[in-house]
Design a protein around this ligand. Structure first.
Ligand code: PLP
Length: 451
């Protein structure tokens, strides 16, 4: 069974595209915006419920669980607020992400800090606020040795160690965190590492957690589950050596891959839980509290980029549609198209799905470099100026991680809901960046600084 009603989501999307045109959020002509981004609020809620439901169904009642959304996947305050309302917390990896989580009202007790390069000031702040943090390396641990005793006992921030199980790479090298030489965490299989880690925990009564984040796009479930099994085994070893349950919480990270090839949302959170139960049954016996840190799998399917086709042309007899969606909203697709293919949904100028005989076309963005393409030789009904293209599955790490090339503005993001009567209601989540903001962020007020 799918976590989500895929047909319902596709129907909502088509209604939203038409409404976005009718309500003037984006348009085929005139003064309407050439580019906007939509988030399906009901879809996000459904994914959050699927996540919490899948784990709740597998754990004994009362087991402490925190699902911390990885803020980098969609650093938008109203999104964090929505997820918080659905019972989730935040995983943050920078002062900016922490500030977003706090702006969304996410309590310290539901926030986890994971950056690999935390400064002393960041560590101190996390300890003072009572934010859980996971140390990445021995030098960070030494800093914590000096800081932990000094934080007010009342906050009692839980501290853990990030472990790299060195279980191997997935299909995308740049996203593989569990390779032998990965930059993340304490490498578990290096000579002497295991003994060192057990001793480090025995020596520090305040170390109560172990953390792993070994999944990502391109990593199969069994490999992710293998990493979690290693984490659990290490916790058991530490607890046996301590003679009591020193490690009481396992943070198993995020990294559930997303299907970019169709509307189907697979693998599901339920399938992931099943894979974990298979590999590490004891993880679900209630003896450890759990933390998860999903990002992409919670948001990706619920985002849509909508862009106007400004011109069409042919080059070397290849039809090309020049649109307003390119590297600034789909950075990974432009630079690594084989790893990050996206679907293109054609709509006419009124926002109705465009039909017609398929013709191989390039879908190009507005930026000034040759690789600024969202699709090459894609079979689609022949696009015309004023049409719109929709780029689905872009709710995580795409338009939410804007790339400022060519000073292209951050587009607006609108959340939408569809009433039972089929009426679409939009809520502004992030305003479009104004050209004056681009000037000021580029030192506009410092014009004479170098004279
Ligand atoms: C990026 C990241 C996540 C989220 O990963 P997804 O693939 O988006 O689920 C979770 N934890 C850590 C430590 C991360 O760096």
């Amino acid at each position: 069974m799918a976590d989500m009603d895929t047909e319902g989501a596709a129907a909502r999307r088509d209604l939203a595209v038409r409404a976005a045109v009718e309500q003037g959020l984006v348009g085929g002509a005139g003064t309407a915006e050439p580019l906007t981004c939509l988030l399906d609020t009901a879809g996000i809620r459904a994914s959050a419920a699927a996540l919490t439901g899948a784990f709740a169904a597998a754990l004994p009642p009362g087991t402490p669980v925190l699902h911390a959304f990885a803020v980098k996947a969609a650093p938008l305050v109203p999104v964090l607020r929505l997820l918080s309302d659905a019972g989730l917390g935040c995983e943050v990896a920078s002062p900016g992400e922490l500030a977003l989580a706090r702006a969304a009202g996410v309590p310290a007790g539901r926030t986890v800090l994971d950056s690999p390069a935390k400064t002393v000031a960041e560590l101190r702040e996390a300890l003072e606020l009572g934010i859980a943090l996971n140390a990445d390396n021995p030098q960070e641990l030494a800093r914590l040795d000096a800081l932990v005793g000094r934080a007010p006992a009342s906050t009692a921030a839980p501290v853990g160690l990030r472990i790299n199980p060195q279980t191997g790479a997935g299909a995308i090298d740049a996203l593989s965190t569990a390779t032998t030489t990965s930059k993340f965490g304490f490498a578990l299989r290096d000579p002497g590492a295991r003994e060192w880690l057990v001793r480090a925990c025995l020596d520090r009564p305040w170390l109560t957690r172990l953390h792993i984040h070994s999944g990502s796009q391109g990593v199969p479930l069994v490999l992710i589950a293998e990493g979690v099994r290693e984490l659990h085994a290490l916790a058991e070893e530490i607890n046996a050596a301590a003679g009591r349950r020193r490690i009481d919480t396992l943070d198993i990270g995020g990294g559930l891959p997303v299907n970019f090839a169709s509307d189907e949302a697979t693998p599901t959170f339920a399938q992931y839980v099943a894979a974990l139960r298979e590999a590490v049954p004891a993880l679900f016996d209630g003896s450890y509290g759990l933390v998860t840190e999903f990002g992409r799998s919670l948001l990706a399917k619920h985002g849509l980029v909508l862009a106007r086709v400004e011109y069409t042309k042919t080059s070397g007899s290849r039809p090309i549609a020049l649109t307003h969606a390119g590297v600034q909203v789909a950075t990974r697709t432009a630079y690594a198209p084989a790893a990050w293919p996206v679907r293109i949904l054609p709509y006419d100028a009124k926002g109705a799905p465009r039909t017609g005989d398929p013709v191989a076309q390039d879908i190009a963005g507005p930026a000034c470099f040759a690789g600024d393409l969202l699709a090459v030789a894609r079979e689609l009904p022949r696009l015309a100026p004023g049409d719109l293209i929709g780029v689905p599955d872009t709710g995580a790490y795409f338009f939410t991680a804007h790339y400022g090339y060519n000073s292209l503005p951050r587009p607006a993001v609108h959340g939408f809901t569809v009433t039972d009567a089929g009426e679409v209601r939009f809520r502004l989540v992030r305003p479009a960046q104004d050209v004056s903001e681009i000037v000021s962020e580029a030192g506009g007020d410092l014009r004479d600084a170098l004279l």
